[in-house]
Design a protein around this ligand. Structure first.
Ligand SMILES: [Fe+2]
Length: 252
């Protein structure tokens, strides 16, 4: 048996790319994936109106939805709420449209890479705290004997781009080693708006890392909007197909 996921990321409702979203809507309607996974930056500024647009869109897909929060999903203008309850708006969305994937082939294990504040700039970069990593590792430990493929989902990539100097994700290298040692088959992420797929090596350990581009108008490094179809079988068999889609941004 196989389980087919559509992996989306960085939709950034508020600056979403309508043409790109329509391409996803058509594919979901035609192909009926087992779930749509979106690894964060669901909104641009975490406004209530943006969350409402996100809720309506994910509801309209008519398939199970699995969400992770991104750095854009904490209140940007309401600093009181950002510090007192940063995930309140995200939790409300997740309660309305999100859920956990139920599959005989694959398990998705979230890893939190966002924090309400951090002692450096930019605050957009990821931090994996010891407690966040611990929660993910506890879940991975319970899956040690599980025959299903195990995929960790996170907003920020654990490692920086290959050969590009400092890792922007604090704690990312430590998390990479621990998650690889814990037997995960892949880590799926977003954030950088540029897709990638490959086996990375760090600390003598290797791990498949998969990233998907954006479905917003915030295109980076010439990468068009994209999403992925990830097909999973038991035993770590994971196939990934990148689908680039047309943008609604007019050429300059
Ligand atoms: Fe992000």
């Amino acid at each position: 048996m196989t389980t087919r996921l559509f992996h989306l990321s960085d939709v950034h409702f508020g600056v979403e790319d309508r043409a790109a979203l329509e391409a996803v809507e058509r594919a979901v309607a035609q192909e009926k994936p087992d779930a749509v996974l979106c690894t964060g930056d669901l909104t641009q500024r975490a406004k209530h109106s943006e969350y409402e647009a996100a809720a309506k869109w994910f509801e309209s897909l008519g398939v199970p939805v699995v969400l992770d929060p991104g750095n854009h999903d904490m209140p940007y203008y309401n600093l009181w709420e950002r510090f007192s309850d940063p995930y309140k708006r995200y939790r409300r969305l997740n309660g309305r449209v999100g859920g956990a994937l139920v599959s005989d082939d694959v398990v998705l294990v979230p890893l939190k890479t966002t924090v309400r504040a951090q002692p450096r700039l930019p605050w957009s970069d990821g931090i994996i705290t010891r407690s966040a990593l611990g929660e993910t590792l506890d879940r991975l430990a319970r899956l040690r004997e599980d025959p299903r493929s195990v995929i960790v989902t996170a907003h920020h990539p654990l490692l920086g781009a290959e050969g590009k100097g400092k890792n922007p994700t604090i704690g990312g290298a430590r998390a990479f080693e621990a998650i690889a040692a814990a037997g995960a088959d892949a880590v799926i992420s977003g954030h950088i708006h540029v897709p990638f797929d490959g086996v990375r090596e760090f600390g003598g350990l290797s791990l498949r890392t998969i990233g998907t581009g954006t479905l917003s108008t915030r295109l980076r490094h010439g990468a068009p909007p994209s999403y992925r179809v990830i097909t999973c079988e038991r035993g770590g068999k994971i196939a990934s197909e990148l689908r680039e889609v047309a943008t609604s941004i007019a050429p300059a």
